[in-house]
Design a protein around this ligand. Structure first.
Ligand SMILES: Cc1cc2nc3c(=O)[nH]c(=O)nc-3n(C[C@H](O)[C@H](O)[C@H](O)COP(=O)(O)OP(=O)(O)OC[C@H]3O[C@@H](n4cnc5c(N)ncnc54)[C@H](O)[C@@H]3O)c2cc1C
Length: 505
């Protein structure tokens, strides 16, 4: 399998393949059309097929080619915004429902794997939340007590099982899990096909129209008519503004380091540093891989993304003396909702038959799985007790300061429109790289390929006209306002933008 959402390649993409499917070549109809064949789209398809719906899944890349294949695949009910924060923003009842849905998601994944005999290295294992030494000791107790009230199985243990991670008490969460994402998606796709779904890949949806039927349409005007459409594109492509002002896109980085077999106890590890780190291992034939993630920042707002790998490596070697050389490096994007809970349900801008799933908060595996349970209930006219807490149209008053802060951050990105950046001269752009150039009144995104051929585009994101930035690591154009992304030659690879960067000839 080849990486699609950027140049770097995750461990999952390097070690497994996915089934291939045809492009859409005729009009189709079905009960439910799902746009996006990542873990969200495929899990929803699985649940809806089980409840008797006819389902078509469509993706402009291949199965799992988006952020799913860039995950580190911790499967956890430990909300990384912390339970005590969820409780103080939303109250104890909402926190309990959130915890229940997270735990149900892990159980659903385990059930799907066992019912469909999916070989994907799934195991249950403990998770450890490690508090940094400069944090007040009250923080551990605060989270421990919130977890207990939420109904989460948690213990305080005297220290983490890895010496380098400190010698102070930390929280231990039994019954977490991990798997190999691409192997899971591959098995899930095969099961879905055997249950009667159709999957089309390499098919970009350029327009979604609500109504009866709801219609997903390609650039070539091929249409999928459906009673309901689920937009599982990670960042929704059906919604123009409502959701994109309630969440922010962050970029996060991962390295896989060679370590001797079984030299790090099998577990999930997270710390509370800012930015924080997330760690697990993966067994290969001759060695284990220590997978270390972190160094998050807002999409499109980092000049030196490659330095993030060095930072992660220094951090890891200080704590894991068995660490050898780096075997894998990749990055990816997560959507951070301002109030800590994801968005699942009817699209506020298309209220009839269009549903969205977004705001994974870096926990997209459980989020995708409880989303599938919720959507299966909603589309079958059943009540779901978690639906209200994830309703995309909710307004959480206590998040107002975050809205203002992010609004200011977004507005700063627009300043690029009126304050000229340093003009990059064409001959200063290295081959295989891009830069924003100012030419008269226009801002152009200019890419020079490895043969020196120049490609020019309007630098304005087609979503809301923010100026895109060149991502040196992934060789993509990233929008710092709402997280849309485009490949070096301007082709859209992530919403909310629906169309490519405008070519300048
Ligand atoms: C580095 C990293 C580490 C992570 N670690 C964890 C972790 O340990 N645990 C965890 O739970 N979560 C983790 N996450 C988050 C989680 O992996 C993701 O949230 C999740 O996989 C996203 O799945 P998805 O199906 O919603 O989106 P995607 O996998 O991105 O799928 C969306 C699909 O929609 C398609 N698409 C988009 N636009 C269109 C269009 N217009 N027409 C047709 N198709 C379209 C894309 O091609 C893509 O395949 C991590 C994420 C990253 C980046």
């Amino acid at each position: 399998m080849k990486p699609e959402s950027g140049k770097t390649e995750s461990i999952w993409v390097s070690t497994a393949n996915v089934p291939q499917f045809e492009k859409l070549n005729k009009n189709e109809d079905c009960d439910v059309c799902i746009v996006g064949a990542g873990i969200t789209g495929l899990t929803a398809a699985y649940m809806l097929l089980k409840s008797g719906k006819s389902v078509i899944v469509v993706d402009d890349g291949s199965i799992g080619g988006g952020e799913s294949s860039r995950t580190t695949a911790h499967i956890t009910n430990v909300i990384d915004n912390r339970y005590h924060n969820i409780e103080s923003l939303h109250g104890e009842d909402v926190m309990k429902l959130a915890a229940e849905s997270q735990t149900a998601a892990i159980n659903l994944i385990e059930k799907i794997i066992s019912e469909n005999n999916i070989e994907c290295n799934f195991i249950r294992l403990p998770g450890y939340l490690i508090f940094s030494p400069d944090e007040s000791s009250g923080e551990l107790d605060k989270e421990y007590n919130a977890c207990l009230r939420a109904g989460i199985n948690v213990n305080i243990v005297p220290n983490p099982p890895v010496g380098g991670l400190g010698n102070s008490p930390c929280l231990q969460f039994p019954e977490q899990a991990e798997f190999h994402m691409v192997k899971y998606l591959s098995g899930l796709a095969s099961s879905i096909i055997s249950m009667g779904a159709k999957i089309y890949t390499g098919t970009h949806i350029a327009k979604i129209t609500d109504g009866s039927p709801a219609i997903a349409e390609t650039k070539d005007k091929l249409k999928i008519s459906a009673h309901d459409i689920i937009v599982a594109t990670n960042s929704p492509i059906s919604d123009y503004l409502a959701i994109h002002t309630k969440q922010v896109a962050n970029r996060t980085y991962v390295i896989g380091i060679n370590i001797p077999h079984d030299s790090v106890p099998k577990a999930l590890y997270w710390d509370t540093e800012d930015p924080y780190h997330y760690i697990r291992t993966y067994k290969e034939k001759d060695k284990d891989i220590l997978i270390v993630g972190g160094e998050d920042h807002k999409t499109g707002q980092e000049d030196d993304p490659k330095s993030k790998f060095n930072n992660l490596y220094s951090w890891a070697t200080e704590r894991f003396p068995m660490a050898e050389n780096i075997a894998y490096k990749w990055s990816g994007q997560v959507m951070e909702p301002f109030d800590g809970l994801s968005f699942i349900g009817k699209d506020p801008e298309n209220k009839e038959h269009v549903y969205i799933v977004t705001g994974d908060s870096g926990m997209g595996i459980t989020h995708a799985s409880y989303a599938a349970i919720i959507l299966d209930d909603l589309l079958n006219g059943r009540n779901n007790k978690w639906a209200e807490i994830y309703d995309p149209k909710r307004i959480t008053l206590k998040t107002a300061p975050a809205f203002i802060k992010e609004g200011v951050n977004t507005a700063i990105q627009y300043i690029d429109l009126i304050t000229p950046p340093e003009a990059a001269l064409l001959n200063e752009i290295p081959a295989g790289s891009g830069a924003i150039m100012e030419l008269g009144m226009d801002k152009q995104a200019v890419y020079k390929d490895t043969d020196g051929k120049i490609y020019r585009f309007s630098a304005l994101c087609p979503h809301l006209k923010c100026v895109v930035e060149w991502n040196k690591l992934e060789k993509t154009w990233d929008c710092p306002c709402h997280g849309s992304r485009f490949d070096a030659k301007g082709k859209v690879i992530n919403g909310p933008a629906l169309t490519d960067l405008k070519k300048i000839t």
